[in-house]
Design a protein around this ligand. Structure first.
Ligand code: ATP
Ligand code: MG
Length: 574
């Protein structure tokens, strides 16, 4: 492994919830976390109760829970408001015979009603299935069909993408924003809610009862329907405290859409279980708009993704002019590896470290993280959450020594571990093929201080002339070059070397593709990283293929290269 001398950024302010990592790990018990929930005493659980009603019952009903804005709306809702709105929709669902275990999907842009209705679904014990608004007909149909959804909440603009005639199980559609067609069971959300009672006794559930279903991002293949249960709240709450570092007066902004797991685990559950004010910004990404959202709402804790940070970095300091970001206390990232260059830039322009966190749809919650206050090694995902044991295993399940690349694995179980892959038990079993362990599909190594270093998806690791090269390391070096905005690196089959490193690069504004630039970039990696990891081929692209959750789709790059079919593209950006 080439990477041994890492620059360490010493930890700054301490996290009162995790003052000493080693101590916390040594004394950790999940049961101590469980004591914070109502159900610990009653034995009966409901996520929406713990995230909303409980705050009202305990005197925090007038606290602001949701600060929503987009170009047309600017609204604020208290926990009492959330309780009332979700009770109303819960009663509507009950009126139509929908309840425990039924799958109810949501297909709409971020707007307050998405949050109200999702909570209403949970209140009656149904399983929420959020879908990203940009999905086209087939993507929506496949997911509704696979999940057997009985009802859908959507908007008039999106209605034409629902192939009703091909979805016999889909009984009701609730339209947010006007319109109805009662003969076809298309009902007006507002009218229904207006006439429903504001009082509702939640469906009391067990910890193993269903909560939410998320289809994965589709970076590596056909998206999988990952099914989570109520128990996950233990991890959402705990990681909200120790990783997001949420404190009573925080104004928290998670930029993810609830169509992806980050947008629910950390865009809904963690902040509201912890009782903090949650910012939701509708509409599309723009650097200026995002900075103004932070300034206007005085955001203190900000959770986003490498793709967004890279775009903000490309936008340069111009976009920062005149905005006041001094409210920010803690910044986090998830979804893709966080390049060291991005951390260094964050240090400079926000005077804040960006804290990387690693987890997956299947894991339901954060597992390996840079905790606030901990020393950060840029390029490392950090260390396991207390209560979590991570290891690097070979394909037979043997533990590998430090600095050896292998399968990133987590000891089973943990509270937010997926319960199943919907309709696909064989796929589920694959993750657990080594007894006692969950095999993530990611490749990583551990250093001698227990920090984990992501290398790439297992299938993306490049084998060139006997050397194993993680694409992430190469991509991170590439984006240190001033001309490079983003980079995706793959192994290209080669008769001599097995594979060679090939880089697809999008250039920053103002740079013009040329053979000289290619040569210069390749030599930049050769001298800055190593000769064997330097790309032997570079191809410039205006844009790299990405999922809607912002991940570079290396399998699409590879398919282009090999002139093969690109596979499932339902989650690709425009
Ligand atoms: P699919 O499973 O459909 O191919 P996906 O794996 O991209 O898509 P997600 O569950 O959204 O779907 O993403 C989880 C994956 O994202 C992880 O397995 C990992 O490869 C990557 N990832 C997430 N966070 C990090 C991180 N902090 N560092 C490196 N990689 C990360
Ligand atoms: Mg995955």
């Amino acid at each position: 492994m080439g990477q041994v001398h890492h620059h360490v950024l010493p930890g700054r302010a301490r996290n009162p919830n995790l003052a000493d990592y080693d101590q916390a790990v040594a004394h950790f018990k999940w049961e101590d976390v469980e004591r914070n929930f109502t159900w610990y005493d009653t034995g009966k659980v409901n996520m929406a109760y713990e995230a909303v009603d409980r705050h009202v019952r305990e005197g925090r009903g007038e606290k602001t829970a949701l600060l929503y804005s987009d170009s047309a709306r600017d609204e604020s809702y208290t926990f009492a408001d959330l309780q009332e709105k979700s009770n109303r929709f819960g009663n509507v669902l009950r009126k139509y015979g929908i309840g425990k275990g039924d799958r109810v999907f949501l297909f709409m842009p971020r707007q307050p009603e998405l949050y109200f209705s999702l909570l209403g679904i949970l209140k009656v014990g149904a399983i929420a299935g959020p879908l990203f608004e940009a999905f086209m007909e087939t993507a929506v149909k496949d997911r509704l069909e696979d999940s057997g959804a009985v009802a859908l909440v959507t908007t008039p603009d999106l209605l034409h993408r629902i192939k009703r005639e091909e979805l016999p199980e889909l009984r009701y559609i609730f339209l947010v924003g006007g319109g109805s067609d009662p003969e076809n069971d298309v009902l007006d959300y507002e009218t229904e809610c207006a006439s429903a009672s504001t009082v509702l006794e939640p469906e009391w559930l067990g910890l193993e009862d269903g909560l939410i279903m998320h289809y994965t991002s589709g970076s590596t293949g056909k998206p999988k329907g990952v099914y989570h249960v109520q128990r996950a709240m233990i991890q959402h709450y705990y990681s909200g405290k120790v990783v997001l570092d949420l404190r009573e007066d925080d104004i928290y902004w998670c930029t993810a859409d609830p169509g992806w797991v980050t947008g629910t685990s950390y865009g809904i559950f963690a902040p509201w279980l912890c009782g903090v004010t949650n910012v939701v910004r509708g509409g599309r990404f723009s650097p200026r708009d995002w900075y103004q959202t932070i300034e206007r709402n005085k955001v203190t804790v900000w959770y986003s993704a490498p793709t967004a940070f890279r775009m903000l970095m490309s936008a340069g300091t111009e976009s920062l002019k005149g905005v006041d970001l001094s409210s920010l206390r803690h910044i986090l990232s998830v979804g893709e590896p966080l390049n060291p260059e991005v951390i260094r830039w964050g240090d400079k322009v926000y005077s804040q470290r960006i804290h990387d966190t690693w987890w997956m749809t299947e894991t339901g919650g954060q597992l390996i993280c840079n905790f606030p206050g901990m020393d950060i090694k840029p390029g490392s995902m950090g260390r396991p959450l207390p209560g979590i044991t991570a290891a690097i295993l070979d394909d037979k399940g043997n533990k590998l020594p430090p600095y050896t690349m292998g399968n990133l694995a987590i000891q089973t179980p943990w509270p937010s571990m997926m319960d199943r892959i919907w309709n696909n038990p064989a796929k589920y079993e694959e993750y657990f093929r080594i007894p006692g362990w969950y095999i993530s599909g990611d490749s990583a190594y551990m250093d001698d201080e227990g920090y984990f270093w992501f290398q790439g998806r297992v299938d993306d690791v490049i084998n060139s002339a006997g050397e194993r090269i993680g694409p992430f390391e190469v991509e991170s070096k590439l984006i240190e070059h001033p001309a490079v905005a983003e980079a995706g690196v793959i192994g290209k089959p080669d008769t001599l070397r097995g594979e060679i490193v090939k880089a697809f690069i999008s250039l920053r504004q103002g740079y013009i593709p040329s053979p000289e630039l290619k040569a210069e970039i390749a030599s930049f990696v050769r001298s800055g990283l190593s000769a064997h990891a330097a790309p032997r081929e570079i191809e410039f692209k205006d844009k790299l293929p990405k999922t809607r959750s912002g991940k570079i789709m290396r399998r699409v790059l590879k398919a282009w290269e090999l002139q093969l079919p690109a596979g499932d593209l339902s989650t690709i950006e425009d």
